[in-house]
Design a protein around this ligand. Structure first.
Ligand SMILES: Nc1nc2c(ncn2[C@@H]2O[C@H](COP(=O)(O)OP(=O)(O)OP(=O)(O)O)[C@@H](O)[C@H]2O)c(=O)[nH]1
Ligand SMILES: [Mg+2]
Length: 461
């Protein structure tokens, strides 16, 4: 990706497909010049007024008599625009072809096609947003649940950024004081009192710990997790799936071997998007179609974060249940055991179920929609670890790892203090922490890192 901010970029900013309006966005020093070549104002003006909606015809400069579209032009001059550059939006009729033609005319007038996320990258490079805020823009657009959306909005507002920036400033301040001590050892500059230093380092570390305490939940809110329903045939896996989703998604019959393919659907578990897979009942079979289904169950188990081993509680344990339990154990996944059909006389005790595999046991009656036990078991495994709203939510693995690295570096600095080592040793850990914290907000982001982050954005964002 180019880092030059000298050229002018353009892209369709609305989703592809027919819609109410289609927006072509242009940003860069030549934005106005480029657009003026492809529009005719309905008013008798030549230049757009900042932040006014002007009615325009968009024309093809090569064939100016027939207008491509009739719409609105919005001009937001830099630096007070999204990207910090001159930005123009052409809002036209939301059709795939018409919007593409408007973009095409703009590109032929001197703009170049924007790369994915390049508008937001420019906003970052021009200091309109820091890196964590820029990443929040993509999260906001992709948020799968209301909770993930709230976390992204919070991050965009800069809460995590300001917590991290404050910690980084505290580290920089300590470094400056230690460096003065290093530089002026011969002179009359007082050494940084080590008690002070120890306390400040401790308090920085505590805040980091607190921010990280909510990280796992934040990550789950953003990425969700995959649960696979496995077990022997006819135990009620598909019924359980339908009950959890509250729709008739999977086919249920009394015939063992009903489900042949993996059936997937998502549901919202108190703010966490869960991808649920129903699978073919596991048993040895000569039926070639069922055989493929059973193989796919194995693949779904391998891909899941958590396996729910489903048992028919009205039937004593059979060999196929034990085989299924062995497969789950062999896959090395986090697991729960679901004893289903509790509306019927019980034939399996909780101890029998718990003896199959080392996992928490819950009871359900899928046929009656009584699946609260599964939801609770999943909740317990996930843990609540709610983020501290004042410090901001960590919802990206990148941020989590950078903050953990900062803690590791600070631990080095604290050890150096405890061991009575000279200031330069303490400064090494602090410098590492400053670097790691700066990767969250972008002060120490490399070009490669920026490329990786912004490549995941959509074009036009
Ligand atoms: N009484 C009772 N019957 C249930 C319950 N859950 C499922 N069933 C019945 O058990 C039978 C099998 O249910 P399914 O959901 O198709 O079972 P499955 O595990 O998906 O079966 P396969 O796809 O063949 O592996 C059906 O007749 C369901 O109506 C339950 O909680 N109580
Ligand atoms: Mg089934």
């Amino acid at each position: 990706m180019t880092r030059a901010l000298t050229d002018t970029i353009a892209a369709v900013a609305t989703a592809p497909g027919p819609g109410g309006i289609g927006i072509v966005r242009i940003s860069g020093p030549e934005a106005r010049g480029v657009v003026e070549r492809v529009v005719r104002f309905h008013e008798s003006i030549q230049r757009p007024r900042p932040r006014f909606a002007h009615r325009v015809d968009v024309i093809d400069p090569a064939a100016p008599h027939a207008a491509i579209d009739d719409g609105l032009l919005l001009y937001m001059p830099g630096p007070n625009s999204y990207t910090g550059e001159d930005v123009i939006e052409l809002q036209g009729h939301g059709g795939v072809l018409v919007t593409t033609r408007v973009l095409d005319a703009v590109l032929r007038s001197g703009a170049r096609p924007a790369e994915p996320g390049e508008f937001t990258l420019r906003a970052f490079l021009n200091g309109r947003l820091d890196l964590a805020q820029a990443e929040a823009v993509a999260d906001l657009v992709a948020a799968p649940t209301a909770e993930a959306l709230a976390a992204a909005a919070d991050q965009l507002a800069g809460r995590l950024s300001s917590s991290v920036r404050e910690l980084r400033r505290a580290c920089l301040d300590l470094m400056a004081r230690l460096e003065a001590e290093i530089d002026f050892t011969e002179e009359d500059v007082p050494a940084v009192p080590r008690d002070d230093l120890r306390r400040t380092l401790e308090s920085i570390d505590e805040t980091l710990e607190e921010i990280l305490a909510g990280a796992d939940r934040g990550l789950l809110q953003r990425h969700g997790f995959r649960v696979v329903l496995v077990g022997s045939p006819n135990v009620g896996k598909s019924s359980l799936m339908n009950a959890l989703l509250a729709t008739e998604r999977a086919i249920v019959t009394e015939i063992p071997g009903t489900t042949r393919d993996v059936v997937e659907e998502s549901f919202n578990l108190d703010g966490i998007p869960v991808r649920l897979s129903d699978t073919a009942g596991l048993r040895p079979t000569d039926d070639p179609v069922e055989r493929i289904g059973v193989d796919r169950s194995g693949a779904a188990l391998a891909a899941a974060d958590l396996a729910a081993l489903v048992l028919d509680g009205s039937r004593g344990l059979v060999a196929a249940d034990r085989d299924a339990a062995r497969q789950v154990a062999a896959a090395g996944k986090q697991a729960i055991v679901v004893v289903n059909k509790t509306d019927l006389p019980p034939a399996i005790t909780t101890e029998d179920a718990a003896g199959l595999i080392d996992a928490p046991v819950c009871r359900t009656s899928a046929i009656n929609g009584d699946v609260a036990g599964v939801r609770e078991a999943l909740q317990t495994l996930i843990g609540d670890g709610s983020p501290n709203p004042d410090l901001g939510t960590v919802a990206s693995l990148r941020h989590k790892q950078a903050l953990e690295r900062a803690r590791g570096e600070l631990a080095g600095a604290r050890e150096a203090v405890a061991g009575g080592l000279p200031a330069d040793f303490i400064a090494i850990g602090l410098r590492g922490a400053v670097q790691a914290l700066g990767e969250v907000t972008g002060e120490s982001a490399t070009e490669d890192l920026l490329d990786t982050i912004f490549a995941k954005f959509c074009i036009g964002k």
